[in-house]
Design a protein around this ligand. Structure first.
Ligand code: CUA
Length: 266
């Protein structure tokens, strides 16, 4: 009896140990997912950390308010206190319950603003990519590179229809031409649209940028690990809004150069 109990405990420990190991990163939505996808950029790490900070305040306030409510209902029930209190006003308590939330908001505002301004910063980008939202696909331009005939790299990125999916490819998320960027490089992405509003969003990169016709928005990404990151158009843009996904393939610098070389040649 005791032996089998100890064995169960042992297997539980082994199980929890393996749970803490991460075999693969979550860079696309998963079934029954509740949390964020795994961050791949410092900005997304910042967003996840800010979320956890806010959850701390949220839980503290929730517990405190619930405790107050239950205590009040318990101690001031009508048959325990048949004669109601004559207290109608207290300056001290009003000062406390006005300033405390204000101080909490200030404490939250400081990391929130620093993150907001960090997201807006474009740090001397090594590469600039232009992306255009279209009904209903994305097109990309790499204007930094020109071949002998003065052509830049540009291509359209359409969602793969269900019957063309390969084994293990994600339905409604895979595209025919992925955006390729190098790892550990400051990349600037210029976002616009040609017809209606779209939004270029990739959760793992911490990026969501409106694509507005006649207007250029810019974002900067610095991806810390190689991988394939999935995103979707995030602005209601028409019937095929759900069918214009985004796939960013982050590769090593030599692979990126080889890719560019190939694209320029063709
Ligand atoms: Cu494009 Cu929604």
């Amino acid at each position: 009896m005791v032996k089998s109990f100890l064995l169960t405990i042992k297997y539980l420990f082994v199980y929890f140990f393996f749970c803490t190991l991460e075999f693969s990163k979550c860079d696309a939505p998963e079934n029954w997912q509740l949390g964020f996808q795994d961050p791949a950029t410092p900005i997304m790490e910042g967003i996840v950390n800010l979320h956890h900070d806010l959850m701390f305040f949220l839980c503290t306030i929730l517990i405190f308010v619930t405790w107050m409510l239950v205590r009040t209902l318990w101690h001031f029930e009508w048959n325990k206190n048949p004669v109601s209190s004559s207290l109608t006003h207290s300056t001290l308590i009003e000062i406390i319950w006005t300033t405390t939330p204000a101080v909490i908001l200030l404490v939250i505002a400081i990391p929130s603003f620093s993150l907001l301004y960090a997201m807006d910063e474009v740090i001397s980008p090594a590469i600039t990519i232009k992306t255009l939202g279209r009904q209903w696909y994305w097109s990309y331009e790499y204007s930094d590179y020109v071949n002998e005939t003065d052509e830049v790299i540009s291509f359209d990125s359409y969602m793969l229809p269900e019957d063309e999916l390969g084994l293990g490819q994600l339905r409604l998320l895979e595209v025919d031409n992925r955006v390729v960027i190098p790892v550990n490089t400051h990349v600037r992405i210029i976002v616009s649209a040609t017809d209606v509003l779209h939004s270029w969003a990739v959760p793992s990169l911490g990026v969501k940028c409106d694509a507005i016709p006649g207007r250029l928005n810019q974002i900067s990404v610095f991806v810390k690990r190689e991988g394939i990151y999935y995103g979707q158009c995030s602005e209601l843009c028409g019937i095929n809004h759900g069918f214009m996904p985004i796939v960013v393939e982050v590769v090593s610098l030599p692979n990126y150069i080889a890719w560019i070389y190939n694209k320029l040649g063709s």
